[in-house]
Design a binder for this molecule. Structure first.
Ligand code: PMP
Ligand code: GLN
Length: 394
């Protein structure tokens, strides 16, 4: 986490957002919506403030929110949770990930993730002092896919956690049931816990189906499931997330959470409990995002990029190689001047140095060097302007 000169690295999202602010370019780098979530939910938070929800709430989260999470998981996925012992409210999925990894992994343990990976996954593994083992996702016309042989090879006697993320940031892949079964088999074979980051659970498109790992046979007892209100309800700044899993694991995570944040945003909790009871807003958001995905993908293709069409998330990965850009980082540095748009190089979601398993071939960072992630969680007029600007690259 430290640069060789001792300074602290800032996240790639902060860096790219600063670049957009400095240059006036359209920020398709950091994934956050430019339209807020439902008005009624904002009003619920305002009411909660006025009604005195302003001091520390219970450390595990207010009961109505834990019950709303349990009810949501039952309604959508048929999962049966005890809201008192199996659900924990967190300060966004970011804290859920940090507390889980710090609670369950340490020096000498291996934590397996997909690669590319969300940046905080790798940072938290480093903070825990554990070893990061990575399984590459491979670009295909049908999305970025896992190779079952590589999943099995990555798992061994030192594997404590297998961290998956579906729908997947940055690739937009929705892992299939068959892919998740391979992960589940691997976890069972070495008695590992699966941690699954499902923050984009409702943002799936076309005929893609989100399969929670905890719904696979025998997996609820060894899975920590993480999600967040940020993505589902377009309140990324409220930082209300949650996790659920078997009581003994949730208890271990809660112990760590006490010393990270103690409790999470009082007035937002009743508002999100209200949001979770209504499935219409996420459905409408997914439909609108599917249309915006099409708009951006078509624009990127027209500009000369090659695109792997995402089935979920806020993001599309575009390949700059057909335009002559072999280095996505270089392309992202130049994009504001060339086209007035900001993206994030996919290599920022990959390890800088090879793992043991990479020694025989190119690293994932090298294999995906020319790829750039763009977000489509922006207003349609913003995306239209971005697409018009990107056409200048031809
Ligand atoms: N996991 C993934 C895959 C994400 O994309 C994000 C947010 N961009 C997070 C976790 C963090 O979620 P939160 O804002 O709820 O902390
Ligand atoms: N998750 C969002 C993204 O991937 C933003 C994350 C952040 O700013 N840390 O762009």
């Amino acid at each position: 986490l430290l640069r060789p000169d001792g300074s602290v690295a800032s996240t790639i999202f902060a860096e790219m957002t600063n670049l957009a602010l400095r240059t006036g370019a359209i920020n398709l780098g950091q994934g956050f919506p430019d339209v807020d979530g439902p008005h009624a939910i904002k009003e619920a938070a305002i009411r909660a403030i006025e009604n005195g929800h302003n001091q520390y709430p219970p450390g595990t989260g207010i009961p109505v929110l834990r019950e709303a999470v349990a009810d949501h998981q039952r309604r959508h996925y048929g999962l049966d949770l005890d809201p008192d012992t199996e659900v924990l409210v967190t300060t966004g999925a970011t804290e859920a990930l940090a507390a889980t990894i710090l609670a369950l992994a340490g020096p000498g343990d291996e934590v397996v993730t997909l690669e590319p990976f969300y940046d905080s996954h790798a940072a938290c593994i480093a903070l825990a002092g554990a070893t990061h083992v990575r399984v590459p996702l491979h670009p295909t016309p049908d999305g970025f896919r896992l190779d079952p042989v590589q999943v099995r090879a990555a798992v061994g006697p030192r594997t404590r956690l297998i961290l998956v993320n579906t729908p997947h940031n940055p690739t937009g892949t929705v892992l299939t049931r068959a892919e998740l079964e391979v992960v589940a088999d691997a976890a069972r074979s070495v008695d590992a816990v699966v941690v699954t980051d499902e923050v984009y659970e409702h943002l799936v498109y076309d005929d893609a189906v989100h399969v929670p790992v905890a719904t696979l046979p025998g997996m609820a007892e060894r899975t920590i499931t993480i999600s967040s209100a940020g993505k589902t309800f377009s309140f990324t700044g409220w930082k209300i997330g949650w996790l659920h899993g078997p009581a003994h694991l949730v208890e271990a995570v809660r112990t760590v959470k006490q010393f990270l944040t103690y409790t999470s945003g009082s007035p937002f909790q009743p508002a999100i409990a209200q949001a979770l009871a209504d499935d219409e807003a996420p459905r409408a958001l997914a439909a609108s995002l599917a249309a915006r995905r099409d708009l951006l993908c078509e624009g990127l293709v027209a500009a000369g990029f090659e695109v792997v069409v995402p089935r979920g998330t806020y993001f599309v990965v575009a390949d700059g190689a057909p335009l002559g850009f072999e280095d996505g980082t270089e392309l992202c540095r130049r994009l504001p001047a060339l086209a007035g748009v900001v993206g994030v190089p996919v290599s920022a979601f990959c390890a800088a140095s090879p793992g043991d398993e990479d020694l025989s071939g190119p690293t994932t960072a090298q294999a995906l060097a020319s790829r750039v992630r763009f977000t489509f969680v922006k207003r349609e007029d913003v995306l239209r302007e971005a697409v018009t600007r990107l056409a200048a690259l031809r």
